[in-house]
Design a protein around this ligand. Structure first.
Ligand code: ADP
Ligand code: MG
Length: 245
């Protein structure tokens, strides 16, 4: 076990259906991520990527195996917690970016971000509106602040959803195909934001994608095939130790 580990999945098994129709999406998958690590999970369609992301982020219970997470000083065993504890954990420590954007239809782009800051704990001392506008600026959406989801393009909605996931500076970020609706210029912007979150703020980020263009930007690439981890490799030499390790 590495000494900076923040997220660890051990021997994860998850199947769907039962009897004759039972099929395995994950067959004893193990994975480890460290503080400040930006990792990419690749693999063919149906190989279990979304299932692994859901299991390791506390959204989908595995048949067997364990998930340990240590965003702060204390390590927790995600699937031993109560449902309510797990919800609290996710709210406090996790940011999610999913393929469907799940934006509120009646809120404009700025409000989608503001509401995250106003809700629950971690309410900030700084003006939520100011922070929302700053994030919209980073995402190239400064001029779209007052538009509703119905008035935004697919790529713009995806960027709002990404802003919403990152604005509270979560320690753990889970992203399923975050660049799928984006042209490369905007996709690169999004990866850059994820890189900053990981390398400058120490967030641990797992991105599912089959977009090869992301590879040069990440620290580690994991490969899943038919529910098994086939390969994992650091893409670059380890970064300067002073940054976060
Ligand atoms: P990927 O994200 O790599 O495309 P998934 O994790 O979505 O793959 O799916 C892995 C396998 O599990 C696939 O064979 C898929 O059909 C199956 N699967 C995923 N979710 C469900 C579900 N809710 N019910 C039944 N089968 C599912
Ligand atoms: Mg998927």
């Amino acid at each position: 076990m590495r000494d900076d580990q923040v997220l660890r999945g051990v021997d994860l098994v998850r199947s769907f259906g039962d009897g004759e129709t039972r099929s395995f999406a994950l067959r004893e998958v193990s994975i480890e991520l460290g503080r400040g690590e930006l990792a990419l999970l690749m693999g063919p369609s149906g190989s279990g990527k979304s299932t692994l992301l859901a299991v390791i982020s506390g959204l989908l219970e595995p048949d067997s195996g364990r998930v340990f997470s240590q965003p702060g000083d204390v390590e927790v065993d995600i699937w031993k917690m109560t449902t309510r504890q797990r919800e609290q954990f996710r709210l406090r420590h996790c940011g999610f970016i999913f393929q469907g954007y799940n934006l509120f239809p009646a809120l404009n782009a700025r409000q989608q971000l503001e509401i995250v800051l106003k809700w629950g704990d971690g309410a900030s001392s700084r003006d939520p509106r100011e922070r929302a506008d700053e994030m919209l600026g980073l995402l190239g959406l400064a001029k779209k602040a007052r538009l509703l989801p119905s008035q935004l393009s697919g790529g713009e909605k995806q960027r709002v959803a990404i802003g919403r996931a990152l604005i509270k500076n979560p320690q753990l970020v889970f992203a399923d195909e975050p660049t799928s609706a984006l042209d490369w210029a905007h996709g690169e912007q999004v990866i850059e934001l994820l890189r900053i979150a990981a390398h400058e703020r120490g967030a641990t980020i797992l991105v599912v994608s089959h977009d090869q263009r992301i590879v040069p930007f990440v620290d580690t690439v994991f490969h899943l095939e038919d529910g098994r981890m086939t390969d994992s490799e650091p893409v670059h030499a380890p970064r300067d130790a002073a940054v976060h390790r």
